[in-house]
Design a protein around this ligand. Structure first.
Ligand code: UDP
Ligand code: MG
Length: 341
């Protein structure tokens, strides 16, 4: 591993016009102090509706260290990061948000660990600046997924991380559509370490994640990395069968020994509601997995690139995002992914 790696910073951008100049200034201020350059910054414009895209495009035309990948529409945070990872060329890749909640000044600390031979260095959020309701939701989710997932996902770790080139290569080769990148990153393996980092408040603008989208991401995390919910359904079913057997024995005993059969309209109604509830819940859980299987078999690309703007290939028109197989074969030939788009 090179002592001074060339760094690529991958940043997804969706309607961040208010914070972009400050973001770029701070990222470059950090990169300029680091040996091993020329470093690069890959911005993915995830279908912004404000002036972010125009700003980024003019930046890429002025600044040789910037590459802008403009997507054809809004594909979502995880897809945008995926697009960024498909276009980076550096030895060490930093994934960070574009709202300065992930502070670029942390990059040298990541590099220290990289120099020690770690290939995945992720930030562990020590101090969130969100409301206590959100903070408890996050805490609950991380506890839940730690219990459920097949691999041990580190608690409190977000997407902010530095990855070695080969980790990025292996993440590119994971074909799944519902991408929970911090899970995939853990799944790839190699030497991984967490670094405690304070999560700053948003520099400008508002969070682009609605509560619903956060919930969807949480579901992606759980259902992509665990089959425990399916087992849980089996467990509830077994429990319900056991309960009904006990009740049948009780009813028979009541009739034979005490000469009375238990009456009760209420208990009947309760039992029916309970059991139909269990059935619908089970269908829902199975549906979550089935829906994901359906999404996967369609094999759609994760995103569509409108164009890639960087100084050597201005206004590069792109019809299709690279497929996983294309990327794999190009990587084998030693080419950079940027060239094939
Ligand atoms: N983002 C994106 N596409 C989206 C939503 C968000 O590229 O559909 C970007 C956004 O511009 C930001 C990062 O992803 O750079 C994280 O989003 P946000 O700050 O809204 O998420 P939060 O920090 O609130 O979880
Ligand atoms: Mg944010």
């Amino acid at each position: 591993m090179r002592k001074f790696p060339r760094i690529s910073v991958a940043i997804p951008i969706y309607n961040e016009e208010a914070g972009l100049p400050e973001l770029h200034r701070r990222v470059m201020a950090v990169l300029d102090t680091l040996p091993g350059g020329p470093h690069e910054v890959v911005y993915v414009d995830d279908g912004s509706r404000d002036s972010s895209r125009a700003w980024l495009e003019s930046l890429a035309q002025r600044d040789g260290s910037v590459k802008v990948v403009a997507l054809s529409r809004n594909f979502g945070h995880q897809a945008a990061i995926t697009a960024a990872l498909d276009h980076v060329t550096g030895d060490a890749v930093v994934i960070m948000d574009g709202d300065l909640q992930d502070t670029p000044e942390t990059i040298p600390r990541f590099l220290d660990q990289y120099a020690q031979g770690y290939e995945v260095i992720y930030a562990i959020r020590t101090d969130r600046k969100e409301s206590w309701v959100m903070r408890s939701c996050y805490a609950l989710f991380y506890k839940l997924i730690a219990r459920l997932a097949d691999i041990s996902l580190p608690q409190g770790a977000g997407d902010f991380a530095m990855l070695s080139r080969r980790v990025v290569k292996h993440m590119r080769l994971t074909p799944e559509r519902h991408r929970y990148l911090r899970g995939l990153r853990t799944w790839v393996g190699f030497r991984q370490i967490g670094v405690p980092v304070e999560r700053a408040a948003r520099h400008a603008g508002e969070s682009k994640y609605s509560f619903r989208q956060l919930l969807r991401l949480a579901f992606d995390g759980i259902f992509s990395f665990s089959v425990v919910p399916l087992r849980f359904v089996t467990l509830i079913g077994t429990g319900a069968v056991a309960a009904s057997v006990f009740y049948a024995v009780f009813a028979l005993c009541a009739k034979w020994f005490w000469g009375q059969s238990p009456a009760g309209f209420t208990s009947l109604v309760l039992a029916i509601i309970f059991l139909s509830g269990v059935q619908l819940l089970s269908l829902g859980v199975i549906g979550e997995y089935l829906g994901r299987v359906y999404e996967e078999v369609k094999q759609r690309p994760h995103y569509v690139v409108d164009r890639v703007i960087c100084q050597d290939q201005l206004d590069h028109d792109v019809a299709l995002a690279p497929t996983r197989d294309e990327i794999a074969s190009f990587l084998e030939q030693g080419a950079t992914v940027a060239r094939i788009t």
